[in-house]
Design a protein around this ligand. Structure first.
Ligand code: NIG
Ligand code: FE
Length: 411
């Protein structure tokens, strides 16, 4: 199998010890940085890493990829996006600046249902083209693994179509960009259904069953919030998903503490997301489980809400990730590295916690335990930055230091 060597690396952020600790209870030392590093890998895994002068002679002749004296980090993961959507909702943002709130706007016909209409007007090819453009933009920030949720179709046919658009993106972008396909038809109840249960039983569950057979889904998600889907809906969906072998995740405890985090962890969910209002029970349930707490600070900023109690999650030993939640309503912002850099001081996160939240723990939120650190045996997924020191990347949060490397002419 072809092997390669990354050379001319000013330093490599490895997160090797963070990986051994499962991404929990991290301190500054867990950054585990190697100066003047070289990294050897084949298409599947990392074979060697260390200081340049310690490179085993057998690897000397391998084709080299010049990292231009920049930094290498584990690949950045955005583990929560809704990037397949039509139209924008800028006027809602201005309405919120004028005092209206997210739930009020949704009741007046804005919110997810407004985007459902705009998305319905676009063909599958148009949604694919938008998806490509958006994924490439995220990639330009150094993001290499992207979770994408369906959820603006909200009918049997349009949800089916959107899940297939995501699958097309996944195929077209691999292996450079890795897509995780999440089915979220349970995003809102469309007009014409008298209850969330009716919509769930008539559309969501049968479609999940149908697409499970096609094998294109990586996980299922549900908006477990008042006015959207209740506990019983979550149980129905998660039981079905479990039976079909599809991993679960949920939007939980955002508007209020409804036990969403505990419920998700009791079904072995990959992640519970938002968690602005989770109380001690939810936090403890997450700490005792493998379910990742995905915090979405961009949404809190955009909606003007108080931040999640991140420090409390972290101190209880919860595995914490940060996602962008990129969508046209509650967070029209798509750079997860910038969001994490802005949120870290507010959350009281140290630098190892910041980096783990958008690499290692983001990957765990997607069930990808073979990536997220630079360590022998793990998948060779990296991000590259034009700087010589790790402090610069989150410090320059208004600028994009990411760049791409490739085999030179001789390689
Ligand atoms: O995570 N359930 C919420 N989904 C998005 C909001 C979607 C929208 O407002 O269009 C969220 O915040
Ligand atoms: Fe979301």
């Amino acid at each position: 199998m072809d092997s390669f060597k990354l050379t001319n690396i000013s330093s490599a952020l490895t997160l090797r010890t963070a990986h051994k600790k499962g991404g929990r209870r991290l301190s500054h030392e867990d950054l585990d940085i190697i100066p003047n590093a070289e990294i050897v890998y084949d298409r599947e895994k990392i074979l060697w890493l260390g200081k340049k002068e310690e490179l085993p002679p057998a690897y000397g002749p391998l084709p080299s990829i010049d990292c231009q004296n920049g930094m290498v980090t584990p690949e950045i993961v955005d583990c929560h996006t809704h990037l397949i959507f039509g139209g924008y909702r800028s006027e809602e943002h201005s309405m919120r600046l004028g005092g209206a709130d997210y739930e009020e706007i949704a009741k007046k016909g804005g919110g997810i249902l407004a985007t459902m209409k705009a998305t319905g007007e676009l063909s599958s090819d148009e949604l694919f083209a938008l998806g490509m453009k958006r994924c490439e933009r995220l990639h330009s920030y150094g993001v290499g693994t992207i979770e994408i949720k369906s959820g603006y179709g909200l009918s049997r046919d349009k949800e089916y179509e959107i899940s297939h658009v995501i699958h097309r993106l996944k195929t077209a972008l691999a292996p450079g960009i890795q897509i995780h396909n999440t089915f979220m038809a349970a995003h809102a109840v469309p007009p014409g259904f008298s209850s969330s249960r009716k919509y769930l039983r008539e559309v969501v569950l049968p479609l999940l069953e149908e697409m499970a057979k096609e094998g294109i889904l990586d996980s299922v998600d549900i908006f477990h919030e008042r006015g959207y889907f209740d506990e019983e809906d979550v149980k129905l969906l998660f039981s079905k998903a479990k039976e079909l072998g599809i991993p679960r995740r949920s939007h939980a405890d955002e508007f209020g503490d409804n036990g969403g985090a505990s419920l998700a962890s009791s079904y072995g969910a990959l992640s519970a997301d938002h968690l602005l209002q989770s109380g001690p029970d939810g936090m403890e349930a997450l700490a005792r489980s493998e379910t990742v707490a995905t915090l979405l600070p961009g949404t809190g900023f955009f909606l003007g809400k108080k931040p999640a109690h991140a420090r409390e999650f972290l101190d209880r030993g919860v595995c914490v990730a940060i996602g962008s939640d990129y969508n046209p309503g509650s967070c029209h912002f798509d750079n997860v590295l910038q969001i994490a850099s802005m949120a870290a001081p507010l959350y009281g996160m140290n630098l190892a916690e910041l980096w783990a939240s958008i690499t290692l723990n983001g990957a765990r939120a997607l069930g990808l335990k073979n990536q997220g650190a630079i360590e022998i045996g793990l998948a060779p997924r990296f991000s590259f930055f034009r700087t010589q020191n790790i402090h610069d990347i989150s410090y320059f949060w208004g600028r994009n230091l990411a760049f791409e490397v490739g085999l030179g002419a001789g390689g």
